[in-house]
Design a protein around this ligand. Sequence first.
Ligand code: OKP
Ligand code: ZN
Length: 344
Amino acid sequence: MLTIYSDSHRLHHGQAELIDGEMRPCFEMPSRADMVLARVQAVGLGEVRPPQAFGLEPVLRVHDAGFVQFLQSAWQRWSAAGRSHDALPLVWPVRRLRTDRIPQDIDGLLGYYAMDAGVPITAGTWEAVWQSAQVAMTGAQLLQQGERAAFALCRPPGHHAARDYMGGYCYLNNAAIAVQMLRDQGAERVAVLDVDYHHGNGTQDIFYRRNDVLVASIHGDPRVEYPYFLGYADEIGAGEGEGYNANFPLPHGTVWAAYQQALQAACERVRQFAPDALVVSLGVDTYQEDPISQFKLSSPDYLRMGEHIGGLGCPTLFVMEGGYAVEEIGINAVNVLQGFESAQ
Ligand code: OKP
Ligand code: ZN
């Protein structure tokens, strides 16, 4: 399987995130992607290629132009305000506050375009975010050119980012951009299977009213887990998209036996949809040692996960999302890819 990777991810390295009431070093760090790349090379998964340049147009097929402009200019605005540490939002428009007026000041803009404080913006963030999206688009093009599978080693991740907001370490929704590109290049139906521990609220939101893209997600129950405000089982899509969103929330402590049942059900939905292509939002923060997550999968379980996905027999683009147990992130992610290949 081909891997697409860019060193540019290193340009994004937030200093700190707000967690448990403290500013602590960001869990979403450059060594995550380095470890995954090292494992891809150690097992000889296949060739590693740099991304191609697709420009802004495919990004704007998914994201709001004002939001993208904000991302591009946020660091400049922040540093023009005399600040040198990471940019972070600190006020959000909750119920009955106005969202029909976009603030002009950088602090207002950060709050307007963010869902949480998990999205530090640094001098190099935009370039890393941009290249991460190009990595995903390159993967989509490979599928379109006839590859059976590809691995987009994206960093930063994307599935919490929606049309016009960032959040949860995510800025642009790499998987959604890849899905839209596949659609625009002729795939009639595209399915997303999101196996990251956290609900992919951004991806769900982007495709919620559409019947050409099925989104299925297995994740920690939002009653007790981030992102808290989306990811319930009764979110089934709306309008034309009714029946084309499927959530499988699972409790803290979930082990493989229960996870596998949800995975089987999600795969069944994908099979019924008969997609021309599948995009897997591949987070491995379901791992038992993950420092911010509460599922209990072991490293061999990821081989089984890959086998289930491979059993769908669908052209598949894997897009890297979360996974914060840095020592094992490479083993776990590449186990999914090798399990997938073994089932082909
Ligand atoms: C990004 B991805 C944990 C706080 C979680 C944000 C998590 C973002 C995860 N107590 N803060 O889905 O892996
Ligand atoms: Zn996650």
